[in-house]
Design a binder for this molecule. Structure first.
Ligand SMILES: [Fe+2]
Length: 354
């Protein structure tokens, strides 16, 4: 990453513990200097922007001001890459016409993907239930038209990602993406059903010879392995039968599992894995189970220093533009029928015990 961007990020990390508008000065400062294209990820480290759940109401082609602020922040922060855990558009309604679906993706292109691309920031997508749910009925996709439109859009825009794609036969639903130091497995968790054939594919992907032992290994899918927010602790809102999948990910030494859909930022440990539930960047803030904390629109910045092996995460409230603290979050989220999730540290080392 560029050194200026790295210094700024470190200042943000340092500023997280203090009050006052840490980002105000940053935004004013960077806003007055047009930015050039972001640098390619280097061997020294990476800065990733992690976003999810941008969509508004069904059929909407516009994005909220929080999404706009988030995209601006990612450009100003000169993220090396942006990973999106799904729900980029507002489909999953059978009355939406093909032209409405196309118009929504055109809106996403205009408001999110193109502005990032212009700043030299590639966007790595996972498909969410509103983008193209994998729910089936009698062996057929219920939202086949949504899946077709998502497929068309991302195949048209895969140019940025082309050099890193390894196993892309099922892109954009399931694929592997790699850059020096980074290995990302994107899974199709656009419904609760991550079936046995996909689990076999995931296992094979994680054990691929393309994966270097020192790579930061991320798995990203839309639905999480366990419940985090109120209203989402029910069948269909989390990956079904998560234990077997978690065991597979654990054995493969996955560093972090990233998900969306629950609209609540909660960094946790569960099932022997390090999890990150992302807050919604757009609308629909949700309360974390067992607490009074409602997760505002947010995005997460993750910086990895290869030299120190240290990963630092910072989540920004897109209403206040302040770094968020997780100390007021519950120490654990425990719901009958779902694996317990325990709050974890925002700084950690690769390959260290959780
Ligand atoms: Fe979702």
């Amino acid at each position: 990453m560029k050194q200026t961007g790295r210094r700024t990020f470190l200042r943000l990390i340092a500023g997280a513990a203090v009050s006052g508008s840490v980002l105000d000065g940053l935004l004013q400062k960077t806003g007055s200097h047009p930015l050039g294209p972001a640098s390619a990820p280097t061997a020294e480290g990476l800065k990733l922007g992690l976003i999810s759940d941008l969509n508004g109401s069904y059929g909407s082609t516009n994005y909220s001001s929080a999404v706009e602020r988030g995209v601006t922040l990612l450009r100003q922060q000169e993220a090396d890459l942006v990973l999106c855990a799904g729900d980029m558009v507002a489909g999953q309604k059978r009355s939406l016409t093909n032209s409405q679906l196309e118009a929504m993706w055109a809106g996403f292109e205009q408001s999110v993907r193109a502005p990032l691309e212009k700043a030299g920031i590639a966007l790595i997508p996972a498909i969410g239930n509103h983008d193209g749910s994998s729910q089936q009925h009698q062996g057929r996709w219920i939202y086949g038209r949504e899946r077709h439109q998502a497929d068309l859009f991302w195949r048209k825009h895969r140019g940025d990602l082309q050099s890193g794609l390894i196993d892309s036969e099922r892109f954009p639903f399931q694929y592997v993406w790699k850059r020096p130091g980074l290995f990302v497995v994107v899974i199709d968790a656009s419904s609760a059903n991550v079936d046995s054939s996909q689990r076999q594919w995931i296992e094979k992907a994680l054990n691929s010879t393309h994966r270097h032992p020192d790579d930061l290994c991320l798995v990203m899918g839309h639905l999480p392995l366990t419940a985090v927010s109120e209203g989402r602790a029910r069948a269909g809102e989390c990956i079904a039968n998560p234990q077997g999948l978690a065991g597979l990910l654990r054995r493969a030494g996955v560093d972090l599992v990233i998900s969306g859909h629950h609209h609540a930022w909660y960094p946790s440990e569960s099932l022997g894995l390090r999890l990150l539930s992302l807050g919604a960047m757009g609308s629909g803030p949700r309360r974390i189970i067992g607490s009074g904390v409602i997760s505002p629109p947010s995005l997460t910045l993750l910086e990895w220093s290869r030299a120190s092996e240290l990963i630092s995460e910072m989540t920004i409230d897109l209403n206040t533009m302040q770094p968020m603290t997780h100390h007021d979050q519950p120490a654990q989220v425990s719901v009958p029928g779902f694996p317990v999730a325990r709050r974890r540290s925002l700084q950690w080392q690769r390959a260290s015990p959780i």
